[in-house]
Design a protein around this ligand. Structure first.
Ligand code: SD4
Length: 290
């Protein structure tokens, strides 16, 4: 890969990588770029899996999860945050302004308010009507579907070669109230070790948590695997624990210190956006199931 900055994210979120790249290219650091990149999707009401316009839990509440991790191993996370469009920025404040790593629910919302974030309604008409429709047939079970994932996890490397990342989501649509997935869990939905690289995940969070997926991938890279090999092993590990169950999707992306990237997923359909010195493109992921 060409030397210089790298920005990549789960799925085809070209506006997010564009934003991150513009921060990096102007000399900004990887932390600012990661945050700025995922904020694009948090503010995008058309993305019903992240931030504003996210699909609610089964009781009709939009509850957001996010985390961020810097090049020095500092991290911050919010879980089940309601009423704030940019949970990643609240997570960053948790990292920078408190002695803690995670704030949840009411406490996270109180902290967001105290930090000056503006409270607003996140449930859009589109997501409300999806929820109303779901309620008619759902028998109150959370949905586990293969297609409807749009969580954004982003990894950035700046001109200094430092790697940081962020991950943000409204979680599984119509999840049980209080359910938290992998996305705000350091090591599961996101992990960065600036000596080695970073990884982030999308898909059915329960399965990523069980294998501490992103941490696993970074550790595999430490032991010499390429980002591609490490993502493949991460997915294989999940499949090995599942004894044949295939009714869910997982996608991982990873970046190492050489600027190499990789991705792997269970089902066809996952891709990632990559912006580096060689250009800006959407790259279909290799898949475990052909
Ligand atoms: C979760 N990993 O809450 C998230 C869901 C997801 O696109 O990736 N949605 O389990």
């Amino acid at each position: 890969p060409a030397p210089g900055p790298v920005a990549l994210c789960t799925w085809d979120f070209g506006n997010a990588t564009e934003k991150a790249w513009s921060v990096l290219n102007a000399g900004g650091n990887a932390l600012d770029a990661s945050e700025a990149g995922v904020r694009v999707e948090e503010a995008n009401a058309g993305n019903q899996t992240v931030g504003l316009g996210g699909r609610p839990d089964r009781d009709g509440f939009v509850t957001l999860d996010a985390c961020i991790m810097d090049a020095n191993g500092n991290c911050g996370s919010v879980m089940g945050l309601e009423g704030y469009v940019h949970p990643v920025s609240v997570a960053r404040k948790v990292m920078e302004e408190t002695p803690h790593v995670i704030l949840i629910g009411e406490g996270a919302a109180q902290f967001a308010r105290d930090q000056g974030f503006e409270k607003r309604e996140l449930l859009t008409e589109a997501s409300r009507s999806d929820w109303e429709e779901w309620k008619e047939t759902a028998e109150y079970q959370p949905i586990i579907n293969i297609e409807n994932h749009d969580t954004i996890g982003m990894l950035c490397m700046d001109w200094a070669g430092d790697i940081c990342g962020a991950c943000t989501t409204s979680g599984l649509a119509f999840k049980m109230r209080g359910r938290v997935g992998d996305s705000p869990v350091i090591g599961a939905g996101l992990y960065v070790d600036n000596e080695v690289g970073g990884a982030t995940a999308t898909g059915l969070g329960e399965e990523v948590i069980r294998t501490v997926g992103s941490f696993l991938i970074v550790e595999l890279m430490r032991q010499g695997m390429s980002p591609q090999q490490a993502c493949e092993e991460g997915v294989r590990r999940i499949m090995a624990k599942n004894r044949g169950r295939t009714d869910f999707q997982i996608g991982f992306i990873a970046l190492n210190k050489q600027g190499q990237t990789g991705a792997y997923c269970i089902h066809p359909g996952f891709s990632y956006r990559l912006y580096n010195g060689e250009g800006h493109r959407n790259i279909p992921s290799e898949t475990y199931l052909k």
